[in-house]
Design a protein around this ligand. Structure first.
Ligand SMILES: *Cc1c(COP(=O)(O)O)cnc(C)c1O
Length: 396
């Protein structure tokens, strides 16, 4: 048996492989340079082009770009009318932004536990958490696998709730053959460099509702309007009115032009992610101590993350040691995510530990493997070899 790098053996690779990374080519760079040389570097024509490209791709009527995905979620909470004391049901197994956006509006995040197979929020748990204060549901497509949006939507209809889909992981994914982005009242995508396409920082909301669209556009830019149909009067060409307390959450044209260029590659990026995920599935499916990602039959994931769950009762060490051993082999493994309510800030708000047992169990046993389109065949082989090496050393 090969000696583990953590015990002084030869690592599987010489340089650290990150868990995620952007893919920027010469034509992406040219697109940004062209914008830099144009008259507008912000609030120019690239924004509408990018919004249109995303709306067309996901099959939504409208798209509103923001400076990042978190600002976009904040905008969605504003547009949904979340305000002081309103309850919003969401998953604990997500990045902080999903529930922080509720807090920004004075709302109260209510955490519903995950399904132990898909790791997505469980519609049954959502139903149990609905009260007369519930205003919305923020559902996250964890790892790129869409949530059971039809069950969530039917609960929402019954109780008059707004459905916001946090699709930061699931651009290009499908639920029952329909692309994510047209299946909720509002859907958020992020363009952080580890996501499917990047604008450096960036986010967007897609929606079919003109009313939400109008509120999102107001919110993104100081709550300001120059629309004669809305203004109370018009003093002249310089005149504008502020109708809501908005923010400066605008995306620049530099970012949007990168986004337009990246969109032409999205199809290939997703195909590459799916191919790597299938290679991992094949490599790990016969290993008794490892649980590969379960895929619901109604979904076609776009594979933002690939997570292995380890059955630690068959292992001589804990998750931390497995993680450290893989890092020592220069595999940039990660853990997504710490259940949000376990964060000190949320604990201070009074959320108890043990609130969502499935999410906590997941967190104690999971490791995210590297997965991004620019990975070479050798990179994929290195990850597989490293997992098998560490498994052979610690499993019995
Ligand atoms: C990336 C991410 C966000 C926030 O996106 P930013 O663009 O980084 O602000 C929100 N939710 C989830 C689940 C994410 O992964």
């Amino acid at each position: 048996m090969d000696k583990l790098a953590i015990n002084g053996g030869q690592p599987i690779r010489n340089a650290m492989l990150p868990y995620g990374q952007q893919w920027i080519d010469g034509d992406d760079i040219s697109a940004v340079i062209a914008t830099l040389e144009s008259s507008f570097i912000t609030q120019g024509p690239a924004i509408q082009k990018f919004e249109q490209a995303i709306a067309d791709y996901v099959g939504a009527q409208y798209a509103v770009a923001f400076c990042n995905g978190t600002a976009a979620l904040h905008g969605a909470c504003f547009a949904a009318g979340i305000s002081t004391g309103d309850e919003v049901i969401t998953t604990p197994l997500t990045f902080l932004a999903s529930s922080n956006a509720v807090l920004y509006q004075g709302g109260v995040p209510i955490f519903a536990d995950i399904d132990e197979n898909t790791y997505n929020i469980s519609p049954n748990e959502v139903e149990k958490k609905i009260t007369n204060k519930t205003k919305a549901i923020i559902a996250v497509d964890f790892t790129g696998q869409p949530v059971e949006i039809d069950r969530i939507t039917s609960l929402a209809r019954k109780h008059n709730l707004v459905v916001i889909q946090d699709a930061a992981h699931s651009l290009g994914a499908e639920y029952k053959g329909v692309k994510v982005g047209s299946t909720a009242d509002m859907t958020m995508f992020s363009f952080h460099p580890v996501k499917h396409i990047t604008t450096g920082e960036g986010g967007i909301i897609t929606t079919d509702s003109k009313a939400y669209y109008d509120r999102l556009v107001l919110f993104r830019s100081h709550g300001m309007t120059k629309d004669d149909g809305i203004m109370t009067k018009n003093d002249g060409p310089w005149y504008y009115e502020m109708h809501e307390l908005g923010y400066n959450y605008r995306m620049t044209d530099l970012q949007a032009s990168l986004g337009v260029s990246q969109m032409s590659k999205l199809h290939d990026f997703i195909e590459k992610r799916r191919t790597i995920a299938m290679q991992y599935n094949e490599a790990f499916s016969g290993m008794e101590g490892i649980i590969t990602p379960f895929q619901h039959a109604d979904t076609n994931s776009s594979w933002h993350l690939y997570v292995l769950k380890f059955k630690l009762d068959r292992c001589s060490v804990g998750r931390r040691e497995l993680f450290d051993a893989l890092r020592a082999e220069n595999i940039g493994v990660h853990v997504h995510y710490i259940p949000v309510y376990l964060q000190p800030y949320y604990q201070n708000l009074g959320y108890p530990s043990g609130l969502c047992p499935n999410a906590e169990n997941y967190y104690d046993n999971a490791i995210t493997l590297p997965l991004f389109p620019k990975m070479t065949d050798q990179d994929v082989r290195d990850v597989i070899l490293a997992v098998k090496k560490v498994y052979a050393a610690y499993y019995f």
